[in-house]
Design a protein around this ligand. Structure first.
Ligand code: SF4
Length: 351
């Protein structure tokens, strides 16, 4: 059986009609690949279209201010992806006069672009022979060839990368790469792969030996860190207080609200006492308008247990902190907030 022929033929007949599949524009392919790195295709389509509408080319992305880029990205998570794309767009304008670089080496030298994205752009946009290895490819290859080397080790990464390049169709690398990824996404799924509909079933080791569920092998179990966030929405008349997250942490560059963060859970009353001590000063009096139930927000490596406490101050006369900004409520839409905060603000400002 010719592996490449089989998967390309299957792909040609069965591929999903996705907006970035009808172009060889490297800018569009880049945007789609970055969005899809941590995002499901269904959710990714709307973001891709919104991103292209706001930044139709590399110049418009390079020119935009960071707040706007993050606002368009709002809700997708992994905000470093958007910051890196913004920086890379500036790099392309400066170093390549806005023309997307063509060689793999030049593409991978752009900010935030790794092996996977560089290979995807080089092969799909320019038909260059570079194999892509994403989660789908690891799954198909480990099952098909019965490779038990853990995929989250450097030995595993090297082995899969070498194999993917060895079997790559050098005449049609872009189509081959997309076919292999699509097969992993649509047929050779993590749970219950549809082996009976698979075009390479006959020669697949995992299928013939019923070991689909035990491949690919992963060594490390992801450690999830728990954090407790007590957010304070400080209102006075038609203004609220916001804060820009500048630290190297989740949501860097986005805005949130004055926060008390803890490693352990405390009661809302204790959190309010800490708020009085650390965020307000002794002259300020306030009333509590509402306090939310605990809301669990899951990120890939962290679980955020969050509370929102809505506080009314008489005025902002004695309120001064260099790290906070006081804004009119109607300006909320101008700032990029993590979706957790954006949802709360939408709820509270609608009331
Ligand atoms: S036969 Fe099953 S396990 Fe093998 S590649 Fe196809 S879907 Fe995956």
């Amino acid at each position: 059986m010719n592996f490449s022929k089989e998967i390309i033929s299957w792909y040609t007949k069965n591929k999903r009609d996705l907006p970035w599949r009808n172009t060889s524009n490297p800018y569009y392919i880049w945007i789609s690949e970055v969005i899809l790195q941590q995002t499901r295709v269904n959710q990714g389509i709307a973001y891709y279209e919104k991103f292209i509408e706001n930044f139709p080319d590399v110049f418009s992305l390079a020119r935009a201010n960071e707040d706007k880029v993050l606002r368009v990205w709002q809700g997708l998570g992994y905000y470093s992806r958007a910051r890196n794309m913004h920086a890379a767009a500036k790099q392309i304008v400066k170093e390549y006069k806005g023309n997307f670089p063509i060689s793999y080496e030049d593409i991978i030298a752009l900010k935030g672009i790794g092996d996977y994205t560089a290979a995807a752009i080089a092969s799909i946009a320019y038909n260059k022979a570079h194999a892509v290895v994403d989660g789908n490819v690891y799954r198909v290859l480990s099952r098909y060839y019965n490779i038990e080397t853990p995929i989250d080790t450097s030995k595993g990464k090297k082995e899969f990368y070498a194999l993917a390049n060895e079997i790559l169709d050098k005449q049609k690398p872009g189509v081959f790469n997309q076919a292999l990824m699509e097969l992993g996404a649509m047929v050779c799924t993590p749970k219950n792969p549809q082996c009976s509909n698979c075009c390479i079933q006959q020669t697949c080791y995992a299928y013939n030996n019923s070991v689909q569920e035990s491949l690919p092998v992963k060594l490390k179990k992801l450690k999830i860190k728990k954090r407790y966030f007590f957010y304070f929405l400080i209102n006075s008349k038609n203004k609220i207080v916001i804060h820009k997250r500048t630290e190297k942490d989740i949501w860097q560059g986005l805005y949130d609200l004055p926060l008390i963060e803890l490693q352990n859970e405390i009661s809302i009353e204790e959190a309010i006492l800490q708020f009085k001590k650390t965020i307000l000063n002794s002259k300020q009096t306030f009333t509590i308008k509402s306090a939310s139930q605990r809301h669990t927000h899951k990120l890939s490596h962290q679980t955020i247990e969050s509370y929102f406490i809505n506080i009314e101050l008489k005025d902002f006369e004695n309120f001064y902190h260099s790290k906070y900004q006081i804004i009119y409520k109607e300006r909320i839409g101008e700032f990029a907030f993590p979706i957790l905060i954006a949802n709360y603000l939408m709820l509270i400002t609608r009331k």
